[in-house]
Design a protein. Structure first.
Length: 510
C-alpha cells in the first residue's frame, strides 16, 4: 500500500521550475534545456527588482569542460562576457608580509608512477641541482610573464575571468533558444502538498501560479525554497572560515589585464583583483568580528586603481553548507545550497558540479536513492573544497593580528590535518580520484604557505646526480622554451576574441 508521499514522488518529472536567475539559475537553465529541452517544460522565474550578488568573476578550468558539454564556442563566450584568461591565483602576503606565490592550474615537472615530481625536485634541491619549484611549470611561468596562447603541441590548463552579469545574459539567450521560458516576477508564496511536503507550485506577486514537478532553488542566500519552505538545516563553518562579509567595486583598467587573479591578504581578510577586457573587478573579504564595515570599505577604496565605475556594494554571508542540497523535489544550487568564500574561485565550479550531478542522476520519477546519492556526492565535494580553502588560513607564519593568530592556532578538520601531516612527513599528497584539486594544487599551496616535506620518496634516490641534473634541466628548458613562444596575454586577446573597441587604458594610477 502506498501513502500520499509515495504517490506524489511517483509522478513523472515533466516540468522543471528554476526559482531565481543570476549565474546559478541560468547555468542550470542552459544545461537542462540543452540536454532535455525537447522532453521537458522548463521555466525560470526571476525579478529584475531583486539583484544578484554579481561578484563571481573568476573561474577554474572545469568551466571549459562544462562549456564543451553544452557546445559553447569559446571565442563567442569570451567576446560576450569580455573575458580574459586565468592561469592561476597570485597569493600575496599570505605566508608572511611581502611574500608571494602562485597557485597555478598547470602540472609541475614529470611524475614517476611511484612518486610525484616533488620528490625528485626535493632531492635535487638538497644537492643544489634544482631551481625554484616554480621553474618547472609552464602555466606558472606564463602567468608571471603575462603570456598566453593556444599551442598546437602543448595544451595549457587555464580558466577565465568574466563579467558575471554578461555571462548570465549570454546563458539566458542560449537557454531561451533551447526552449526555456523566462517568467518575470517576484515569488511571494511556495505552495506545497500537505501530505508529502513536496512543492507543487510557486505563486508570483501578480497572482500567477507556476506549477512544476522538480524545483531548482537558485534564490541565493535567501534560500526561499530549500530553507524558508522546506526547512533544511545548515552546517556552519565559521569556526574555520572567519570571513562573513565582502564589499565589491568595479574600476577602470589602468594597464593590460594580467592572466591571473590576485588575492592580497589583509590584517583581517583579503582583497581580490580580477582584470577583464573592459574593467577590473575588486573586492575585500573580511571578518566583521575583527574589523568594521567602514574601515574595510575605506581600505578597499584606498588601494584600488582606476576610476570607480559602480559604487561599492556589500555582501554578507555565512560560510557552510546545506545539510541536504536535494530534499524531496527541490534541488538547491549556488548560494542557496552552500557558500565557501571565493578565495579559490570555486563558487561557479560548485554550481557546475551541482548541475552535473543533477543531470547524471536526472530522474524519470523522484526517488530517495537518487536523492541520497546526490547529497553524498555534493557533501564530499564541499568538504574537499572547504579543506583546501582552510589550508590557506592555517598554514601561515603570520601572527601580527588577532585574526591571523586565531587562524594559525585553530583546530583543523581531521580530514585536512591528515593531508598536512602526510605531506610534511613524507612529501606525499593524499588524493581521492575525482576530487577537484589535484596533487599539484595541494603541493603548490602547501609549499607556498611554508609547509615543506621532511623527506622524499626513495625512488628519487635511484637516479644518479648526473641523471637527476639532466632530468631537471630538461624540464626547465622545456618550460622556458614553451613560455618564450607565447605572445602577451593582451596580444592573444586582441587576436583571438576581440569584442568591440578595446577598453581605454589609463596611463596614470588614481
Amino acid at each position: 500500500m502506498h501513502n500520499d508521499a509515495d504517490t506524489h514522488a511517483a509522478k513523472p518529472v515533466k516540468r522543471v521550475v528554476i526559482a531565481g536567475g543570476g549565474t546559478a539559475g541560468w547555468m542550470a537553465a542552459a544545461a537542462v534545456s540543452k540536454i532535455l529541452g525537447g522532453t521537458l517544460e522548463i521555466s525560470l522565474i526571476e525579478s529584475e527588482e531583486i539583484g544578484t550578488v554579481g561578484v563571481g568573476e573568476a573561474t577554474i578550468p572545469t568551466l571549459s569542460t562544462f562549456h564543451r558539454l553544452l557546445d559553447i564556442d569559446e571565442r563567442e563566450f569570451m567576446a560576450a562576457t569580455r573575458g580574459t584568461i586565468k592561469l592561476g591565483i597570485s597569493f600575496e602576503n599570505w605566508r608572511t608580509q611581502q611574500h608571494r606565490y602562485i597557485h597555478s592550474f598547470g602540472t609541475t615537472g614529470r611524475d614517476h608512477w611511484s612518486a610525484g615530481f616533488q620528490h625528485f625536485w626535493r632531492r635535487g634541491h638538497e644537492l643544489g641541482l634544482a631551481g625554484s619549484y616554480d621553474d618547472y611549470c609552464v602555466e606558472l611561468q606564463a602567468a608571471l610573464q603575462g603570456k598566453f596562447a593556444h599551442l598546437k603541441n602543448y595544451r595549457m590548463n587555464y580558466a577565465y575571468h568574466l563579467d558575471a552579469s554578461l555571462y548570465a545574459k549570454y546563458l539566458r539567450a542560449m537557454s531561451e533558444r533551447n526552449g526555456c521560458r523566462r517568467i518575470e516576477g517576484k515569488i511571494v508564496e511556495v505552495l506545497t502538498d500537505a501530505d508529502s511536503g513536496y512543492i507543487t507550485a510557486l505563486r508570483l506577486e501578480r497572482g500567477e501560479v507556476i506549477e512544476g514537478d522538480l524545483f531548482i532553488d537558485c534564490t541565493g542566500f535567501r534560500a526561499l525554497l530549500i530553507d524558508k519552505t522546506m526547512g533544511v538545516g545548515f552546517e556552519d563553518w565559521s569556526h574555520w572560515l572567519l570571513n562573513d562579509s565582502a564589499i565589491a567595486v568595479q574600476t577602470t583598467s589602468v594597464c593590460d589585464p594580467v592572466p591571473y587573479t590576485r588575492a592580497i591578504a589583509e590584517p583581517w581578510g583579503w582583497q581580490w583583483r580580477i582584470a577583464l577586457q573592459h574593467r577590473v573587478g575588486n573586492g575585500i573579504v573580511y571578518s566583521s568580528r575583527h574589523v568594521g564595515d567602514e574601515e574595510a570599505k575605506q581600505r578597499l577604496m584606498d588601494t584600488v586603481d582606476g576610476e570607480v565605475l559602480k559604487n561599492p556594494w556589500p555582501v554578507c554571508f555565512r560560510p557552510g553548507r546545506r545539510l541536504q542540497c536535494w530534499n524531496r523535489n527541490c534541488v538547491a544550487l549556488g548560494l542557496a545550497g552552500s557558500f565557501i568564500e571565493p578565495l579559490e574561485s570555486t563558487t561557479i565550479h560548485l554550481i557546475q558540479r551541482g548541475i552535473t550531478h543533477l543531470m547524471r542522476s536526472f530522474p524519470q520519477v523522484i526517488g530517495q536513492a537518487g536523492i541520497d546519492e546526490y547529497n553524498t556526492q555534493m557533501a564530499d565535494e564541499l568538504q574537499h573544497v572547504r579543506d583546501f580553502v582552510v589550508l590557506h588560513y592555517y598554514a601561515t607564519e603570520r601572527r601580527d593580528t588577532p585574526y591571523w593568530e586565531y587562524l594559525a592556532n585553530m583546530e583543523l578538520p581531521q580530514t585536512l590535518r591528515r593531508r598536512i601531516e602526510l605531506f610534511r612527513e613524507t612529501g606525499t599528497v593524499f588524493h581521492v580520484p575525482g576530487e577537484l584539486f589535484a596533487e599539484n594544487s595541494w603541493i603548490q599551496v602547501m609549499m607556498g604557505q611554508g609547509i615543506t616535506p621532511k623527506t622524499h620518496h626513495p625512488t628519487a634516490d635511484t637516479m644518479s646526480e648526473a641523471d637527476l641534473r639532466r632530468f631537471l634541466d630538461d624540464i626547465r628548458t622545456h618550460v622556458e622554451t614553451t613560455v618564450r613562444m607565447l605572445p602577451s596575454h593582451q596580444a592573444y586577446l586582441d587576436q583571438y576574441c576581440p569584442s568591440g573597441p578595446r577598453a581605454t587604458v589609463s596611463t596614470s594610477v588614481a
